[in-house]
Design a protein around this ligand. Structure first.
Ligand code: FAD
Length: 386
């Protein structure tokens, strides 16, 4: 069977769905999403913690967040689906002068970029917000009330449904097995369901982006890295609502998830690879961090059915890769979100649709995220990675 489409999107997660939505809204509806799983959202999207924040340390990440958070606040009008955006805030806690200075520098930059509501907090104010914290070593912190959470599956579904209403097609259970290139131009894709002739392919394959790149002869520096989440049973010794609280000394963070508490931290022992099984030893590791910062969490009971693992898609500078590939006409990248693909999905979809339709980014200058930055040595530095 041979088919054809103006644009083929590889991967039906939150990013591929957002690209499809933005293309369709701009009038480009001859779009085909190809997803190898039985349902959309079975990659990283369905494993995400749904955190959304604008408290970043580089201009480009702040810009992506500003557009995206504003979009989440109007998501239902745009797509007909609630994103379950809960602006409960992100609270960063510093226990060293270096981290306190870092937050102050970030706040200045954030204000210059138009993010005006980030507050500097003294220890007493932090304790007032979350009285259960161990606070003897806390020097201060930073809080942004419009940061918060969304439901990743609802956002993905909202984008995908609206795109479908506008004419976008989706093939599930269909794997991309090859990409045909002729004279440095995209010609088509091989799939488990047959050949699709197309001039434009969007790589939205999440942690598998490098594999898709290789099919087209393009090196994309995205590495899969396992991230794990632990949830407790209903727990009422912490406030509700609760912001996302981040202990900057070790990256441990927690928030409310329903009546329980969701906890995670960047395990320094984790190694790259396509590992998606939850490691029960992680529970002990996360609890050690938890009890140190929030002693009452020693009384929380873990909910084993709500512990899971998924993949971050890490780039060498922990920033996304968005844009074109100079040596391959018709190949577009929406990759390497390094753990921020849910929160940045609206801006990414918009920017990639602009590259596809106009050959350039118009919403904002996305050139800092170009693939060539790695070869050019123009890496970005984002140290606030969660
Ligand atoms: C534990 C955890 C917590 C996280 N927390 C947050 C958070 O708080 N906030 C945040 O913004 N982000 C978070 N993330 C990151 C976020 O989930 C990802 O950045 C985001 O989901 C990426 O979306 P995507 O659509 O690019 O990738 P995916 O959702 O992985 O979609 C890619 C799709 O491509 C498909 N695919 C791959 N190869 C092929 C092929 N050959 N043929 C066809 N289809 C293919 C896959 O099946 C998959 O469905 C978290 C991730 C994890 C694992």
């Amino acid at each position: 069977m041979t088919d054809r489409a103006e644009v083929v999107i590889i991967g039906g997660g939150i990013v591929g769905s957002s690209v499809a939505y933005h293309l369709a809204e701009a009038g480009c509806t001859d779009v085909l999403i190809i997803e190898r799983e039985e349902h959309q959202g079975m990659g990283s999207t369905g494993k995400s913690a749904g955190g959304v924040r604008a408290q970043f340390s580089t201009p480009i990440n702040i810009q992506l967040s500003l557009y995206s958070i504003d979009f989440f606040s109007k998501f239902e009008e745009a797509t007909g689906q609630t994103p379950d955006y809960r602006p409960h805030g992100y609270l960063f806690i510093a226990t060293s002068q270096a981290h306190l200075d870092y937050l102050a520098r970030n706040r200045e930059l954030q204000a210059r970029m138009g993010l005006k509501n980030v507050e500097s907090l003294m220890r007493e104010e932090i304790v007032k917000m979350v009285p259960q914290l161990y606070s003897d070593d806390i020097l201060g912190g930073s809080f942004c009330p419009t940061d918060g959470f969304v439901d990743p599956n609802s956002v993905m579904t909202g984008f995908a449904k609206r795109a479908r209403q506008l004419g976008v097609r989706t093939w599930l259970n269909t794997a991309i097995t090859g990409i045909e290139v002729e004279a440095e131009k995209i010609k088509g894709v091989e799939t488990s369901r047959g050949y699709v002739s197309t001039r434009k392919v969007v790589n939205a394959a999440g942690a598998w982006a490098a594999e898709i790149g290789r099919m087209a002869g393009v090196e994309i520096p995205v590495m899969p890295l396992r991230r794990q989440i632990v949830n407790t049973q209903p727990f009422d010794l912490l406030p509700s609502p609760l912001p996302m609280v981040i202990d900057m000394s070790n990256g441990f963070h927690f928030r409310r998830e329903g009546q329980g508490i969701l906890m995670a931290y960047p395990d320094p022992d984790e190694t790259y690879g396509l590992k998606t099984a939850f490691d029960p030893d992680f529970i002990e590791k996360v609890l050690l961090c938890a009890v140190k910062r929030v002693p009452c969490l020693a009384d929380a009971e873990i909910n084993p059915s709500r512990c899971w693992a998924g993949l971050y898609e890490i780039t060498p500078d922990h920033h996304a890769i968005i844009g074109t590939v100079p040596e391959l006409e018709g190949f577009y990248l929406a990759n390497g979100f390094s753990g921020h693909g849910v929160m940045h999905s609206p801006a990414t979809g918009r920017l990639v649709s602009e590259y596809v339709l106009y050959g350039e980014s118009r919403l904002l200058d996305a050139s800092p995220l170009r693939l060539q930055r790695f070869a050019e040595g123009e890496l970005l530095e984002e140290t606030a990675v969660l």
